[in-house]
Design a binder for this molecule. Structure first.
Ligand code: SF4
Length: 499
């Protein structure tokens, strides 16, 4: 089968949109979806917004061991390409540092994703981070996250990261069970034991917030193995953790291994649901605080409380003591607040990176050689995106804001000049009638457990007509993104989900 045929089959599956009472399983993280070819000149022709604060996302598309199931924009680490890429990143940073839309703002958070950013050598990380801090304005308590794997971080790199103010690491452990790591194609990268050693090393380094990434849906995973993984995690010095659904990419090694029976099947939908329920009740019974339905942080510390960090009741009738964290009251969760809670600006740096500036959501060139060429020519590498008018901005604030489980009505009114309940009354009333949302004078809140289970259905209820039934821009693999960009008619030209 050709890549394009695989791509078409993938997009033609009915996985991108499901209506209640069916559960939508596409993870909503970006809005709008109706992206078209777009240039930096179009984004910056006007100056609609003067944001005081912003965040950044830097994409480092290199991995020392490329996992067989991975859909992201990444390449096996190669010294010459890495060097040329870092130079291109610096050119792009220079261009942004001169842009009025960015020059006068303060960065309160940032995220280095990939790929695996810590595949860069300590000297390269030192060079890149130092360069960014020279050219962009970082706030003193800027929350900066970097992604890593258990085998790509050592003491020298940790020293560099701490020196430049990186205070959060997202470590892709996925599971501590070695056979499951083998089925994922990760066994060449790490084992449960090496992951434990790395977590202990990071803890000793003094990094403030270590987040472990887990996966649900791995071939061979059972509710019993999952329960063991949760217990392991709770015994380790880990501040927060995130859970992702494992998706088998068409055409990947895992896809063919599953088809041939060479690996055990993935857990059933019922088993995966049980794993989520176990995760939620086990963690929140132990006092962990919910950030989203799949992100948690350890129980409130006295120093956080003294610094003004706030929580809210997850179950409003008080029948459970579960609490959620108000992410905008805590600098370590500022990035989540910025991109979902406040729907604020984010400068996208790097090949295939997504950002939001001057009321435009945009995507950088995903082809790494084209990206390098464009930066070297002194051109910002924006290739696709969408403008958001006031109505789309109001939609966006609920599509993404409710992913944090709660939208404060006063904050929304301040941002958009209208009350979210009054503006979307019919939609909100419908979701309240279905038992998915609750509304009071302070907030629109997702119900637990039912609303959590349907979180992406809820989020998609606030898509505008122009975005209705369109897949997420980030649902697609790199190949799909490149294929989209080759098309002159933009996103509208994609085969939409068939029913
Ligand atoms: S899953 Fe992570 S470590 Fe593996 S290839 Fe993809 S980006 Fe790299």
């Amino acid at each position: 089968m050709t890549q394009e045929a695989i791509t078409r089959n993938f997009l033609d599956t009915p996985s991108f949109w499901r209506d209640y009472p069916e559960r939508d399983i596409e993870f909503v993280r970006w809005y709008p979806c109706d992206v078209k070819p777009l240039s930096a000149d179009q984004i910056y022709a006007t100056r609609e917004k003067f944001p005081k604060t912003t965040s950044f996302y830097v994409h480092i598309p290199f991995c020392n061991q490329v996992c067989t199931s991975c859909p992201y924009n990444k390449f096996s680490t190669r010294n010459t390409l890495t060097q040329r890429y870092i130079q291109a990143l610096k050119r792009e940073i220079d261009l942004y540092s001169q842009l009025p839309h960015v020059r006068d703002t303060v960065f309160t958070s940032g995220y280095f994703g990939g790929g695996t950013p810590t595949t860069l050598r300590a000297e390269e990380l030192d060079d890149l981070l130092g360069y960014m801090k020279q050219r962009l304005n970082f706030s003193p308590d800027c929350s900066v996250t970097i992604e890593s794997t258990p085998v790509d971080v050592d003491q020298q790199k940790l020293d560099v990261l701490l020196k430049h103010g990186v205070n959060r690491m997202s470590l892709g452990v996925q599971t501590f069970h070695d056979p499951l790591l083998r089925y994922l194609g990760r066994a060449r990268a790490h084992t449960g034991e090496s992951a434990t050693r790395t977590i202990e090393l990071i803890d000793r380094s003094g990094l403030e917030n270590l987040c472990i990434d887990y996966m649900i849906g791995i071939p061979g995973q059972t509710p019993e193995l999952w329960a063991q993984d949760i217990r392991t995690l709770m015994d380790l010095p880990v501040t927060s953790f995130s859970v992702y659904n494992y998706a088998v990419m068409p055409g990947s090694e895992v896809f063919f291994a599953l088809q041939s029976g060479a690996t055990p099947p993935c857990p059933s939908t019922r088993e995966a649901d049980e794993m989520y329920q176990y995760l939620h009740t086990t963690l929140m019974d132990a006092g962990y605080l919910a950030l989203t339905y799949n992100d948690f942080i350890e129980p409130m510390r006295p120093e956080w409380e003294a610094a003004g960090v706030k929580t809210y009741p997850v179950v409003k009738d008080g029948s459970k003591p579960y609490r959620g964290l108000e992410t905008d009251t805590f600098y370590l969760t500022d990035h989540l607040s910025q991109i979902w809670g406040r729907c604020g600006d984010m400068v996208a740096i790097g090949s295939g990176a997504y950002g939001y500036l001057n009321n435009h959501m945009y995507l950088n060139e995903p082809d790494i050689e084209s990206y390098i060429s464009r930066c070297n020519e002194g051109r910002l590498p924006v290739v696709m995106g969408a403008y958001t008018d006031e109505h789309e901005q109001r939609c966006r604030s609920l599509v993404l804001g409710l992913k944090l489980l709660r939208v404060k009505r006063s904050v929304y009114r301040e941002r958009h000049g209208v009350d979210p309940y009054e503006y979307f009354k019919d939609k909100v009333d419908d979701l309240v009638a279905k038992g998915l949302l609750e509304v009071d004078a302070d907030a629109i809140q997702v119900t637990y457990p039912k609303g959590w289970y349907y979180i992406d259905n809820i989020s998609k209820s606030f898509y505008s007509d122009a975005n209705y039934r369109l897949p997420q821009p980030t649902s697609a693999s790199t190949e799909i993104l490149k294929w989209q960009i080759d098309r002159t008619d933009g996103r509208k030209g994609l085969p939409l989900v068939q029913f």
